[in-house]
Design a protein around this ligand. Sequence first.
Ligand SMILES: Nc1ncnc2c1ncn2[C@@H]1O[C@H](COP(=O)(O)OP(=O)(O)OP(=O)(O)O)[C@@H](O)[C@H]1O
Ligand SMILES: [Mg+2]
Length: 364
Amino acid sequence: MKIESLTITNYRNYDKLYLNFSNNLNIIYGLNGTGKTNLIEAIYLLALTKSFRTNHDESLIKKGKEKTIVEGEFRKKNDLSRYKIEMSKMGKKVAINDNKIEKLSDYVSKINIILFSPSDVAVIMNAPSDRRKMLNIEISSLHKEYLTILANYNRILKQRNFYLRNLYINGNGSKEYLQILTKKLIEYGLTINNYRQEFCAKVNKFITDIYMQIFGEGNLTLKYVSTYNQKTVDELIKMYDKYYEKELANGKTLFGIHHDDLVFKLDGNNLKEWGSEGQRKNSIISFKLAELNVIYSLKGFYPILILDDLFSELDRIKINNILQMLNNNIQTFITTTEIDGLNEFIIKTSKKYHIENGTIKEEV
Ligand SMILES: Nc1ncnc2c1ncn2[C@@H]1O[C@H](COP(=O)(O)OP(=O)(O)OP(=O)(O)O)[C@@H](O)[C@H]1O
Ligand SMILES: [Mg+2]
């Protein structure tokens, strides 16, 4: 998957911009605050219809303007399609090849992007819900039906919690309906559990080698932790039965895939409790790079890779290791304030864009 061109109107600090990209490495450089992240954010927006930095769409519109338009030509194997997103105070509209798409869910997941942003590193330290969110985003980009199943699970979970509270208040209400909800919860939960386990197993096929290749030492693996792991429907029904009184007293569902976690382990130790800042950062980078291979193995093409501000996060040797490892078929965007110290061959073979506050010069 490649983005061949990008057209931006009134986006963040840009008025009007048209760029053609290299199929391989694109280096976007300029001083702090000049619009590097804004540019790659626009590409990300085209893929997911929202920013990775804010949920507040209006902040994407250039100050003082009514609306923003971002368009991109994307090539997937032999297909070249034009994606467009328009945002105003009234909301957003999306189109593919000038055909308006009514449902955003029919638009997203067509363009595959892997993004590394320095803020991703915090995910290892954050609450499990953040790691589940990351898993959900990644899996839904691979399996369109995943989000629907997740929404079904969450709906049943809400109903079940509500019913538990009801049972508690009404004393001896009917347990039968609760059993129906429990069975449904388990069915959806096991399906999601399967997707997540499978995804982690696929990432694990690549992540250990990638970490070793870039950083030279350490055995990195992912572990997906869930009470649903390797359980059958009947076993889970028994578990919920056992915890009935406790759930009743708490008025909520005490276990299920809404409590799952993703653990990053380096040499067998949980990085959340044990890892250094650098090890956590390296692990997230390796996770993103492993995903490239997971997507390739499932879809037969590589996603677009965006590495925002990676250079301030790593030393030059590691960066050169990463760039050398990237397959030639992966279109990559890198933003940086400094290009000094990079492998000369890599510099020569990449396309460079110099940004100075809202204007971009392509350098040959
Ligand atoms: N809606 C907007 N309208 C106009 N300008 C905006 C808008 N949103 C953000 N900006 C400007 O965009 C700039 C930030 O751009 P960006 O985050 O892309 O910088 P950067 O080049 O990535 O910097 P750094 O190297 O520090 O990461 C700021 O100067 C900010 O004022
Ligand atoms: Mg930035």
